[in-house]
Design a protein around this ligand. Structure first.
Ligand code: ADP
Ligand SMILES: Nc1nc2c(ncn2[C@H]2C[C@H](O)[C@@H](COP(=O)(O)O)O2)c(=O)[nH]1
Length: 305
């Protein structure tokens, strides 16, 4: 994460960004919980303690930073219902040195209200009236992804002797280059909203610099028709109106960004990011042999980046 920064430069960087960092991370809530925290009941207590803690954010100590600099960060990208969460759970089970952090969908489904207002389901609102709510949705999804990517690694990764990796389900990059861009191209975000969103995005990423950079991307690739079938199987209430042509559009957007490299990106580093393309069309859920093959590819990729 901080490979090119010396400890001193890193400390200076953290100090100069402390204000923004505190605003975004608030009172040290790890948000959202990781898959291992979801899955492993024995970790629930410590996860809850971490989430409820009102102590300052978990900034790594100087000693931790040397180890922290070894931690790699990778995002899992792919179409809606391609199997990212399923694959993420598989990764979490396979690697003790991997922390897999889910997409904060539940936060979008339950935007906290105030004393005067009740909570709202922004995901539902976005699908129900896409032109009205897309810009609001993108600003909130960007903020929540930024929070996710800024979470310092847990101690277990800092003390790892192997290849520690933080794996995010989607990223601030897919927020812009897949969804916000698609919404703009579909006319659901107007030119002014698109300009404002991009300005925010560029500014925040510039401010946070290396803290939100990735070392690699895993692209789960499958035909949109497969995703449509899986979306139906999952049966998420808010997605009932999603049509195949929307998934086809998102598929093309992923292909332009990660395969054809024709998407106009704001950073050279992002263009050079290594991408592991995995065939997610195969049914790996109940096939231990396919799972093993996928994990082997992922391990090789993590070592290579
Ligand atoms: N490789 C796969 N083969 C068959 N079904 C899958 C596969 N991966 C996921 N699924 C199923 O597809 C649906 C969507 O998967 P999910 O992991 O929630 O997708 P995503 O996180 O990409 O939206 C779920 O019902 C899941 O059980
Ligand atoms: N308009 C947007 N929709 C988004 C974005 N990120 C996720 N989503 C939607 C797509 C799904 O309905 C749901 C969760 O995604 P999964 O692929 O994990 O099932 O949220 C976004 O940035 N913009």
């Amino acid at each position: 994460m901080f490979t090119a920064l010396s400890t001193q430069r890193y400390l200076k960087h953290m100090r100069s960004h402390r204000y923004l960092y505190y605003i975004l991370l608030g009172n040290c809530r790890r948000w959202p919980l990781t898959y291992s925290q979801f899955d492993n009941a024995t970790m629930a207590t410590s996860a809850t303690k971490r989430c409820l803690s009102t102590s300052p954010i978990r900034e790594p100590s100087v000693g931790q930073m040397d180890v922290g600099s070894r931690i790699k960060r990778v995002s899992i990208e792919g179409n809606i219902a391609v199997g990212k969460s399923t694959f993420a759970r598989l990764l979490q089970k396979a690697g003790q040195d991997w922390e897999v952090i889910p997409e904060p969908v539940s936060k979008w489904q339950n935007v906290e209200g105030t004393s005067q207002t009740s909570a709202s389901n922004l995901l539902d609102m976005m699908y129900a009236d896409t032109p009205r709510w897309s810009y609001t949705f993108q600003t909130f999804s960007l903020l929540s992804r930024l929070r996710t990517q800024l979470q310092p690694p847990p101690a277990q990764l800092l003390h790892s002797s192997d290849t520690p990796v933080q794996v995010y389900e989607r990223s601030v990059y897919s927020d812009r280059y897949i969804f916000a861009l698609t919404m703009f191209q579909l006319g659901c975000i107007n030119a002014t909203e698109w300009a404002v969103y991009q300005d925010w995005h560029s500014f925040l990423l510039e401010q946070f610099g290396r803290l939100v950079q990735l070392e690699g991307i895993i692209y789960l690739r499958a035909p949109p028709e497969t995703c449509m079938t899986r979306l139906g199987m999952r049966g998420r209430e808010e997605e009932k109106g999603v049509k195949l042509d929307y998934l086809q559009k998102l598929h093309s957007q992923h292909e332009s960004w990660l395969i054809d490299k024709t998407t106009v990106l704001h950073s050279e580093k992002l263009k050079q990011l290594p991408v592991l393309v995995l065939d997610a069309g195969v049914g790996f859920e109940k096939d231990p042999k396919v799972q093993e093959m996928l994990i082997t590819q992922v391990k090789g990729f993590f070592k290579s980046i």
